[in-house]
Design a protein around this ligand. Structure first.
Ligand code: GLC
Length: 509
């Protein structure tokens, strides 16, 4: 049996609103994405994951979904989606959508349907009129809002405009089976599953206990341990149910879970052979860009993963500052090292649009802020060319978010074999075409500041993330690809010297 594509796949996250605007309204759309599929084919990615494309009032920019079986008019039509799937398929690129099952928009017809009241988590106030329990919303305030008409509170883990579905309700489960099949029948190759770790809430709605000593910064500030509303293992039953639905198709579509937990032990409760095939590792994303720390996170992830499970690595997304800024502070050499790491580890790699050119987080002035949670800086438009509108939109049109520095752009980097873009493409090609990056992850002892590992039976990878030059002894073979491209092809006779912020992928002798 050949391994499924995603076991070594590169999945490229598109934030559709910021990718490419074909109709000149300042907002990216599906025809714009279709027009740029050649870039993705050239880059060599296996799949695109589109942040939500469904009709939505955009209180949380699509993560408040008002209809799971249609396309937001800002992005186009169902016919455009069909065309995207066909055009991507022609280029051997799969299309994954972003399923948002934990909550709907309050504008979803289900929310006001008297026959579906129990599809949501609703409870009477306490005798003193206060909310049913002490849970806090992730975007601030209580997780409960009083619904004036009914006199009951409804639960929302995020904004009040994002009421939580009640995943203990069998009808909700059945409705989502149909949503999955609707898209799989149209040729969608899988879903990224939003908030996959928090679908199911405590049945008894017990109060959360006070924050623990090692609570994440967010929950430490809130002062509680989200013990009963986030990260419950019962979500796995839902994942298993969906996995059975994927089994009706050949090849089985992919379920990539947004398992946003900050402890690896906790992550492992979602890594089961018959649930989500891939679980995002946010612990890695939040690890400081320090060799010893990254090496430790990767080693621990590999050690905890059960046999047969596939790790997932990513460092940027629409939720967190881009790694070129957060990890690398705009230093291009560091950005190159980060890409070498992401693309040479075992497992699936997720790239966020713009990672391939080293796009940085863009400061957004207060009058242009669109997001409730301060995430605009990582959602600004893709930079295709150095011209007004950056090739994202037509000159003279104000894009929905400001465009950052246009000097790092796709067109310029495509013409430059020494660019970050060329490096990204060559790394992806290396994953695909040579057997160097197939085997198990094996850590290798290295001097301070250096992270080194082998891929069993294949490459030796060394990254000097420190500020001092480093020397590794006992290394032989040939540099297949280095962040300093002039070293490609250099033979290594027992010793490797690395400048600060330099990385190489070498073939073993
Ligand atoms: C996920 C999404 C994020 C969204 C939240 C609520 O974490 O990635 O963008 O705000 O879910 O749906």
């Amino acid at each position: 049996m050949t391994a499924p594509w995603w076991e070594r796949g590169v999945i490229y996250q598109v934030y559709p609103r910021s990718y490419a605007d074909a109709n000149g309204d300042g907002v990216g759309d599906l025809p714009g994405l279709i027009a740029h599929l050649d870039h993705l084919e050239w880059l060599g990615v296996d799949a695109v994951w589109l942040s939500p494309t469904f009709p939505s009032p955009n209180a949380d920019w699509g993560y408040d979904c008002a209809d799971y079986m249609d396309v937001h008019p800002d992005f186009g039509t169902l016919a455009d989606m069909d065309e995207l799937i066909v055009e991507a398929g022609r280029r051997d690129i799969r299309v994954l959508l972003d399923l948002v099952p934990s909550h709907t928009s309050d504008a979803h017809p289900w929310f006001r349907d008297p026959a579906r009241r129990d599809w949501y988590v609703r409870r009477d106030p306490k005798p003193d009129g206060s909310p049913p329990n002490n849970w806090r919303a992730i975007f601030g305030g209580p997780a409960w809002t009083l619904d004036g008409e009914s006199g009951q509170y409804y639960l929302h883990t995020f904004l009040p405009q994002q009421p939580d579905l009640d995943w203990w309700n069998e009808d909700v489960r059945a409705a989502f089976d149909d949503i999955l099949r609707f898209w799989f029948d149209r040729g969608v190759a899988g879903f990224r599953v939003d908030v996959a770790h928090a679908l199911v809430k405590d049945r008894l709605l017990r109060d959360n206990p006070p924050a623990r000593r090692n609570e994440s910064p967010h929950w430490a500030r809130v002062g509680q341990w989200p013990r009963y509303n986030l990260g419950l293992p019962e979500a796995v039953d839902v994942h298993r149910r969906w996995r059975r639905v994927t089994g009706e198709y050949d090849p089985a579509p992919l379920l990539l879970g947004e398992t946003y937990v900050l402890e690896l032990d906790e992550l492992m409760q979602y890594v089961v052979p018959d649930g989500l095939q891939l679980c995002m590792n946010l612990v890695f994303l939040h690890t400081p860009f320090v060799a010893a720390e990254l090496a430790a996170t990767v080693a621990r992830t590999e050690a905890l993963l059960p046999a047969g499970a596939v790790p997932v690595w990513h460092a940027s997304s629409h939720d967190d500052p881009r790694f070129a800024t957060r990890w690398c502070d705009g230093d291009e050499d560091a950005t190159r090292c980060a890409l070498v790491a992401l693309l040479s580890l075992r497992g699936a790699a997720l790239l966020y649009q713009g990672d391939e050119i080293g796009l940085e987080t863009v400061p957004v002035p207060p009058e242009r802020v669109r997001d409730v949670a301060g995430r605009d800086p990582c959602r600004t438009p893709m930079v295709w060319r150095d011209e007004e509108g950056a090739g994202f939109t037509v000159p003279g049109v104000e894009p929905w978010l400001p465009i950052g520095d246009r000097s790092r752009n796709v067109a310029a980097q495509r013409d430059d074999p020494d660019s970050i873009l060329a490096l990204t493409r060559d790394l992806i090609a290396l994953r695909r075409r040579r057997r160097l990056l197939n085997g198990a992850y094996e850590p290798v002892a290295a001097p301070p500041g250096v992270w080194a590992f082998r891929r069993e039976g294949g490459a030796f990878v060394a990254l000097n993330l420190g500020r001092e030059p480093a020397r590794l002894d006992g290394v032989s073979g040939v540099i297949v690809l280095g962040t300093d491209r002039t070293r490609d092809g250099e033979p290594l006779a027992g010793m490797l010297e690395l400048r600060p912020r330099e990385a190489v992928v070498a073939s073993a002798p």
